[in-house]
Ligand binder design. Structure first.
Ligand SMILES: [Zn+2]
Length: 262
């Protein structure tokens, strides 16, 4: 599998991507699952052609449990995940463990928006949702001490809504749903992960049971040559497949040598 960094990909295929980024990326079989009105990019899973999956951890409300997941991930330096913390926990955890968010990013993990106080975005007005996102983003930027290009939103309770659609379009976010639900018996979660066809998005939380699931899933994924990737990596692979499947140069090796915008 070729590896292209997000930066290279944007550099090489930027024009095509910019054109595509405003349109829909949902494969046919996913169309039926989503609300008709949803126009922003929405992802239930990534490309089935890549041997990777994305594990995501929502809420992040316990420092102790978040650090347990971090320590577990440290044993698999090639594995990257995405965290969806609620905003009020960003300064809270930062005050208890200075630099925690920056550390996670420096280790290659990703952070996405999950509202400031875990509110269903569908009950917010569009202006309120925009303000909520901006408040969350400021909390993250303050904690990191640097700007951060947030790309994904995991809506609380996984509820799609017209407000979420507007928020995504206004702030350039991709709505991240999931294809495998964590939670519950770790053995059951492991069996679901073992059936992956690639490209799955696994929703977990910073809970003890999800830590236990991760603890048994990580070695299995490693032994079976699966890669654990961030939402950005999963999405960029997906975009690349969309570009290639539109009659573009699919045998691009490690470079996208040609982009096809007609
Ligand atoms: Zn949540």
């Amino acid at each position: 599998m070729s590896r292209i960094s997000r930066r290279d990909f944007l550099k090489l295929g930027g024009a095509a991507l910019l054109g595509l980024a405003g349109s829909r990326f949902i494969p046919q079989q996913q169309e039926e699952d989503q609300e008709e009105y949803f126009n922003a990019p929405l992802l239930w899973h990534g490309s089935r052609s890549y041997r990777n999956i994305a594990i995501t951890y929502d809420d992040c409300n316990s420092l102790v449990r978040l650090k347990k997941v971090e320590t577990l991930l440290d044993l698999y330096p090639e594995f990257k995940v995405t965290f969806f913390p609620i905003g009020l926990k960003i300064p809270d955890l930062e005050s208890k463990d200075k630099g925690i968010w920056k550390r996670l990013i420096e280790k290659g993990h990703e952070i996405g928006y999950h509202t400031y106080e875990h509110v269903n975005i569908g009950v917010m007005s569009p202006p309120a949702a925009l303000m909520d996102f901006d408040r969350w983003q400021s909390a993250l930027v303050d904690a990191l001490g640097m700007d951060y290009p947030t790309r994904f939103v995991r809506p609380p309770y996984n509820i799609l809504s017209s407000t979420l659609d507007i928020l995504c379009q206004e702030r350039g976010l991709v709505a991240a749903e999931f294809s495998i639900g964590g939670g519950g018996d770790p053995e059951v979660v492991l069996r679901a992960i073992q059936k992956t066809k690639g490209g799955d998005i696994v929703q977990m939380h910073i809970r003890t049971e999800d830590y236990e699931s991760s603890k048994i899933a990580f070695p299995w994924l490693k032994e079976n040559n699966w890669d654990l990737v961030t939402m950005s990596k999963l999405y960029d692979d997906y975009l690349r497949e969309q570009v290639n499947s539109d009659g573009c140069d699919a045998s691009a090796g490690s470079f996208l040598t040609r982009t096809c915008v007609d």
